[in-house]
Design a protein around this ligand. Sequence first.
Ligand SMILES: [Zn+2]
Length: 83
Amino acid sequence: MKSETKIINGDAQLTVQIDREVLETSMNNKNKQPPKPRELSKKETEPDWSRKCEICGQSPIVPCTGMCGPCTFGEAETMGGNW
Ligand SMILES: [Zn+2]
């Protein structure tokens, strides 16, 4: 019976340790400044039909990434310059 108690204590200690890590991680994230999204000009984000996607060869592409909508945004709905 005594050994059972020890295991329970060990688990509780582990849980506390994990909780502290989670807390510290979330605190660190709070202090960190969120990355400022670079402002893109219309020219950089407008569908460019004159070039083809570096990945799949589709048109149009997002000029600033060189990739088509689905490859850039990961969403099939952005196909055909629909972003
Ligand atoms: Zn693509």
